[in-house]
Unconditional design. Sequence first.
Length: 212
Amino acid sequence: MALNSQNHKDLIKLLQVSRETIASLNLYEDLLLENNRKLNLISKSTENILKTRHILDSVQVIDFIDKKSRICADLGTGAGFPGIVLSILFKERKYPIRIDLYEKSPKKCQFLSQVVKKLRLNALVLEKNVFEQKNLEAGTIVARAFKPIQSIFEIVTKNFKNFKNIILFLGKNGKQTLLDASKVWEFEYKERKSVTSDDSLILNIKKIRKKI
């Protein structure tokens, strides 16, 4: 995942944060690598590029967050991407937004709870299958490496209420999956090329409804 010079500048700009926040991100990284040996939180092949592949990839969506959200839900957060990273940034920027981390794996939830406690984050770890929940609340919903876009649309329209926007990370087939979704769903969106991969997109989606 080579970064061109412009991407590198973008990443540096994204990480203009306090020393305290850098320390929190570094501690999170240390905890993740330490626990990865027994919990398989991320692919071993991405350990050496953790800052770019996972942390910086998560950072780049901060400007898409609806600042009026009381709750931001991270669907299938796994090791905490992007939810834990966003929560660290919310703390830095003093955003009064709680991150709800949905993850059905008990082991991953134990790890997430450890991180939330150590970093004193405004986050709630929810050991739940989000497919089976109803009447959930969140102003902003984020999903990274979770489910296909149309499955996510089904989940959020059926299981969440009063959400304002959805932020999705799409891979190299993102354009096609977006086109396929537009045949079944109506929605408004803004797109931005990922700063960590030329093949990926970040989408901010609003006003979703299924076509009749």
